[in-house]
Design a protein around this ligand. Structure first.
Ligand code: MG
Length: 383
């Protein structure tokens, strides 16, 4: 028997007016990535989820492609319920077994929550993640009333998981004029059992501007620091331009190599790849591949940064040392810091550029080549 086919729908059709952001909040930056990117990555990387569909509002197509590139999407409706319905109908023809319905405003979705939900669908038509209510609850109707028992009270989160046939039938049969707070209510009212699995404090909904800072702090607490080094050497020859630290520098010689041979950007690229233990620059951009002949090394650096971002990592600091007798690096130091910062979408304060000679000793001392070494410090989710 083949494993059940499971799809995910991310509802991201809101205009996000309460968040105070110029962008709808699902596209706003959260620790350097669009909020929507986190839950999309959680579904895309989960082995039990076969495909993820994003529901956006009409007119948000460009925002979506800027946030996630070319991903499947449908346009939502007037209400959240209409948007979910459009997502479900988009999958109806392929009749998946299970569907996870999620709000983009809950970005920090763990594989463990998805696992618990899918396991619950073995016995129930629906499952929702929820946390017990911890605060004291009271009634207040102008004056303070009685305390409400917290027994059997839960705060409901998303994703909500359902057997596909049951939830699509619940949506199709639900009277248009009747309110429903969420999909779980609709499935339960249609006569099916919906169970509760343990939710996750990381799944708190982001609604107001102040929620962003709280969510970023909560996310940061889950990250661990990693450092890695990179080292590179290229030969100086008379017939080449000198690209160094992302700048074209006037000099009587230039660095020779398959690409533009920017030894400084190569060292930083290797340091960044080292932080995620993802090989080295030669593995990602083989010198044997003609497409990298004369290539601008900025793209190597940005590729390494994108691999870190794809894992939710944050680059904190780059320390670069260039080792040569000439040219003098001092006059170009600030330009290199600005250019490297620009390429990595960092602040120049996060980039250090140092230089040293080797007292005329060795190949750098004789002016035969330039060496560079770099240390990268990032934060990334502990694994
Ligand atoms: Mg190199």
């Amino acid at each position: 028997m083949s494993p059940p086919k499971t799809v995910a729908i991310i509802v991201a059709a809101g205009q996000g007016l309460r968040s105070g952001s110029a962008l709808p909040k699902q596209f706003a930056s959260l620790t350097g990535r669009p909020m929507l990117a986190y839950s999309h990555a959680a579904f895309s990387s989960h082995p039990g989820v076969d495909s993820a569909l994003v529901v956006i509002a009409a007119g948000q197509e460009t925002l979506l492609s800027e946030a996630l590139g070319d991903v499947p999407f449908v346009i939502g409706g007037e209400t959240r319920r209409d948007s979910v319905r459009n997502g479900l109908e988009a999958f109806a023809a392929e009749a998946p077994d299970r569907v996870l319905i999620h709000d983009a405003a809950r970005p920090f979705l763990s594989a463990a929550v998805i696992d618990r939900l899918l396991a619950a669908l073995d016995s129930d038509a629906g499952a929702i993640p929820a946390l017990p209510v911890a605060d004291t609850l009271v009634r207040h109707d102008g004056s303070l009333g009685e305390t409400v028992s917290r027994d059997h009270l839960y705060r409901v989160q998303t994703p909500q998981a359902f057997r596909f046939a049951e939830v699509v039938a619940a949506h199709r049969n639900w009277p248009a004029h009747k309110d429903a707070t969420d999909d779980a209510q609709m499935v339960a009212r249609s006569g099916y059992n919906v169970s509760i699995v343990e939710g996750d404090p990381m799944l708190e909904k982001i609604t107001h501007p102040s929620d962003f800072a709280v969510a970023e702090a909560r996310h940061a607490a889950t990250l661990r620091v990693r450092t890695a080094t990179g080292y590179d050497v290229h030969r100086l020859v008379e017939s080449e331009e000198l690209w160094l630290g992302g700048l074209l520098i006037p000099h009587d010689k230039g660095l020779s190599g398959h690409s533009d041979a920017d030894v400084a950007l190569h060292a930083i690229t290797d340091a960044l790849l080292g932080t995620i233990a993802d090989g080295d620059i030669g593995m990602h951009f083989p010198p044997s591949d003609p497409q990298w002949r004369g290539a601008n090394s900025a793209q190597f650096l940005q590729h390494a940064a994108s691999l870190i971002a794809a894992q939710g990592g944050i680059i904190d600091f780059i320390d670069l040392t260039i080792i040569c007798e000439a040219p003098k690096i001092g006059p170009h130091r600030e330009g290199m810091r600005s250019r490297i910062a620009e390429l990595l979408q960092l602040d120049p304060g996060q980039i250090s550029v140092k230089a040293t000679t080797t007292e005329r000793l060795g190949f750098t001392g004789r002016g035969e080549g330039i060496a560079a070494q770099a240390v990268a410090t990032i934060r990334i989710a502990a694994r």
